[in-house]
Ligand binder design. Structure first.
Ligand SMILES: [Zn+2]
Length: 416
């Protein structure tokens, strides 16, 4: 994604700005993708405004109780957009934007994002998470050429969606800590300027949490700015590190579980919020560990047996163990010498690690921030059980190759 050229505008005048943009570009034909809710919230109005310009708008209103970005929906959208779809308009939040991102990319045309709720940080992304054969996969597509966020629509969006967006933002605390940790311990590339940008956006949201919870224009604008900024930071970093870490891995795990059990989806940011409480607790555990205890634990730490690890992965992810095992190759192929060096690095850098741990608020604080937003606070509130939480804490880190606090804690035998 070229972050220099993507236009982002969030205000009460966003729709007028969108029209001016299309006039300037001389766009006259559009495929508007929405569902019944987002059609009522914004889609119909956009259709009328664009029609009044003499422009052709093909409204693709996706039906059903729950719109999922799966093969059936993608096929339907591709089909209904026809041979000459023009510019795609994504009217909705996460899922509808991803459906449009995918379909516009397939049809080799551009798309404009018109968010209806500040619920997720994926608007500016170029990756579309889509469900193929029942499993979510990340497909490289394209970023929108512009995002026009109508502030009034965002302020009127359902409160749980606003709370979810806020949860997705809080996840940046633990994501950034994981990124710094991986940089110090694994030598992973890290850009302080990008981390600082992400932090600034996160702090702006936390400072305005009351305004966000009340759905005041200023608060909602800060939240939307933060969510878009998050997508830009990921694009600048060339990976998801600035915005996604161990808390997102928990969310991915639960999402997979709900999908497999054919149960209703839970908003991404809701799961991330709960994951952030759990991972903040892990960082608290690390912070409280005295150096002599770290030394003692490292002295008795042994390299995990690769075969046992593979068997654990196969048991936890029976549908696709090969891909997950391949993603863990850095750790599974580690030599005794490599493991000894890793332990030495942990010991030498322990002071820095505790500093990183101190950058994560205590779990109680995350809990309160989410509670004030009326967001779910535990897996029980999203229909999952204790075992689902335990399994996620034990296995979710296998879903990505990233080094995180989850992997660190396993070396120290702090948790399973
Ligand atoms: Zn997220």
């Amino acid at each position: 994604m070229n972050t220099n050229t993507m236009i982002y505008h969030c205000s009460e005048n966003a729709l007028a700005e969108a029209i001016a943009f299309c006039q300037q570009k001389n766009y006259r034909r559009f495929s508007l993708v929405c569902d019944t809710n987002t059609s009522a919230a914004l889609g119909e109005r956009i259709g009328q405004l664009f029609n009044a310009q003499g422009w052709a708008v093909n409204s693709i209103i996706l039906g059903g109780k729950e719109v999922i970005a799966d093969e059936r929906t993608l096929e339907e959208t591709l089909d209904r957009s026809g041979n000459d779809p023009g510019v795609f308009l994504a009217v909705g939040s996460g899922t509808l934007t991803d459906i449009t991102r995918y379909c516009s990319h397939k049809k080799e045309t551009a798309f404009i994002s018109l968010p209806t709720a500040p619920s997720v940080d994926g608007f500016a992304s170029s990756i579309a998470p889509i469900v193929i054969k029942g499993y979510k996969q990340s497909v490289p597509c394209q970023a929108p050429m512009a995002i026009f966020a109508d502030l009034q629509t965002l302020c009127q969006s359902p409160k749980p969606m606003i709370a979810a967006g806020f949860g997705d933002m809080l996840g940046k605390y633990t994501a950034l800590a994981d990124w710094r940790l991986a940089h110090i311990i694994m030598g992973e590339s890290f850009q302080e300027l990008i981390a600082a940008r992400m932090e600034q956006a996160l702090h702006a949201c936390v400072e305005n949490c009351d305004e966000i919870h009340r759905a005041d224009a200023q608060g909602i604008r800060r939240l939307m700015d933060g969510l878009v900024e998050s997508g830009i930071c990921m694009a600048l970093a060339g990976n998801s590190r600035p915005a996604s870490g161990s808390e997102h891995h928990l969310s991915h795990y639960w999402e997979m579980l709900l999908l497999q059990q054919k149960r209703p989806a839970v908003l991404h940011g809701v799961k991330v919020g709960i994951g952030t409480i759990l991972m903040a607790r892990r960082w608290e555990q690390l912070r409280g560990l005295p150096l002599f205890e770290v030394k003692r634990r490292l002295a008795s730490a042994h390299i995990p047996d690769a075969q046992t690890e593979k068997e654990a992965i196969a048991a936890a992810f029976p549908f696709n163990p090969e891909a997950i095992i391949a993603g863990q190759s850095v750790y599974l192929s580690m030599s005794e010498t490599g493991f000894a060096e890793l332990k030495e690095s942990l010991l030498q850098n322990w002071r820095k690690i505790t500093k990183i741990a101190a950058s994560v608020p205590v779990s109680e604080r995350i809990f309160t921030l989410l509670q004030d937003a009326s967001a779910p606070l535990s897996v029980a509130e999203i229909g999952l059980g204790d075992q689902d939480e335990k399994n996620a804490l034990r296995y979710a880190h296998y879903l990505r190759s990233q080094f995180t606090v989850s992997k660190l804690g396993r070396i120290l035998n702090l948790w399973e």
